[in-house]
Design a protein around this ligand. Structure first.
Ligand SMILES: Cc1cc2nc3c(=O)[nH]c(=O)nc-3n(C[C@H](O)[C@H](O)[C@H](O)COP(=O)(O)O)c2cc1C
Length: 343
């Protein structure tokens, strides 16, 4: 069944296919019993899957990565497909259109995607509207980023603004400084810029009664010395965890025709070719922090055994995006069953 749906969707451009899926999920909401049927087919619960991490109780360790439900439109429906948590966004203070189209490409031979969406999103107010009546059965994290037009020296204010506006509506935050599709944003991974952003958010958090974990999402392309500095900063600052990682600008070891890859141009690569890179990163961070820092592993996870391998390598939780596109929603249930069977 999924193969037929996938073949049909793959006849459309990747971005149109994505929009069709979002609309379809919105329509599902209005069909009686649909959520029960979907949960019956796709959900899988077992106490062995439950995790308590950063003070949050997850029904299972597999989440949907940022970028799929950018505007918080379908996080409940997505959770019916079995995810233990959903990361919405990335969100900027105001609506932004992102880069010109086409900006999303499939590399089918590689089970990969290249995107240069440029953080198209409807802004924080629209997101809050979609979050304010949520029933809290789904853990929702907000991935926040500076607006593309905001000058780099004003970036901390953007993070502060989005953070404080969303604070009462989400369960955790991810500070995104690693999107390869926003000009110069990865330079915010340098220690002085990063400490300013982090310090401001940590100070702001003290004013709230409820605690919201803050994580940092990093690039897989960071040189090791810079990564070491970031880990040190995270440990010293009291940031709660790390999301490793975002998409890569590398085009190494691809099976797709080089001319096709070159003709696509810039963008972040996700999917299978990213797997070994993110696995190495997770192992490195886990070793360096002696397992003390919660890690959400993301990047190229396409199979149940890769989910398990990431968890065995030091990840507390995992997230999937491209694997969901290529292998469908049954990947979640299969992976959850695999974890239980092999635990
Ligand atoms: C189309 C697309 C849009 C994305 N948008 C975002 C985003 O807005 N913010 C973000 O932090 N990551 C974004 N990502 C990166 C994913 O969250 C994830 O880190 C990356 O795709 C690696 O995981 P995967 O190989 O399972 O896809 C996006 C990825 C894709 C494919």
């Amino acid at each position: 069944m999924f193969q037929i749906i996938k073949s049909t969707l793959f006849c459309f451009s990747p971005e149109s296919a994505h929009n069709i899926i979002i609309r379809f999920l919105i329509i599902l909401r209005y069909l009686p019993f649909s959520k029960y049927i979907i949960r019956f087919i796709y959900s899988y619960n077992n106490t062995k899957l439950e995790r308590e991490i950063m003070g949050m109780k997850f029904k299972n360790p597999i989440g949907l990565a940022a970028g799929f439900d950018k505007n918080c439109q379908v996080y409940n429906e997505l959770s019916d497909f079995g995810f233990g948590f959903i990361e919405v966004g990335s969100l900027t203070p105001n609506e932004q259109l992102g880069n010109p189209k086409p900006r999303l490409f499939r590399l089918i031979k590689d089970k990969a995607i290249i995107n240069r969406m440029g953080i198209n999103n409807k802004g924080v107010k629209y997101a809050i509207n979609n979050l304010k009546n949520r029933d809290k059965r789904t853990i929702v994290g907000a991935n926040i980023i500076k607006s593309t037009i905001t000058p780099m020296d004003k970036a901390p204010y953007d993070y502060e603004k989005t953070f404080s506006q969303l604070y009462d509506f989400v369960d955790y935050f991810v500070v995104n400084v690693s999107c390869p599709n926003v000009k110069d944003i990865t330079s915010l991974q340098n220690i002085s810029s990063l400490s300013e952003i982090i310090d401001r958010l940590l100070v702001l958090r003290k004013y709230y009664d409820d605690y919201r974990p803050i994580l940092l999402k990093i690039s897989p392309d960071l040189p090791r010395e810079e990564l070491d500095d970031i880990i040190e900063l995270i440990l010293a600052s009291g940031i709660d965890g790390i999301v490793a990682s975002n998409t890569t600008i590398s085009r190494d070891n691809l099976k797709s025709d080089k001319n096709i890859v070159d003709s696509i141009g810039n963008g972040g690569l996700s999917g299978l070719p990213l797997y070994n890179r993110s696995l190495d990163l997770v192992k490195y961070i886990a070793k360096k922090t002696q397992g003390q820092l919660p890690i959400i592993a993301v990047g190229g996870i396409m199979t149940p055994s890769q989910v398990k391998e990431m968890l065995n390598s030091g990840a507390s939780l995992v997230q999937i995006y491209t694997g969901f596109i290529y292998n469908g929603p049954s990947l979640i249930k299969k992976s959850l069953k695999y974890i239980v069977k092999n635990s």
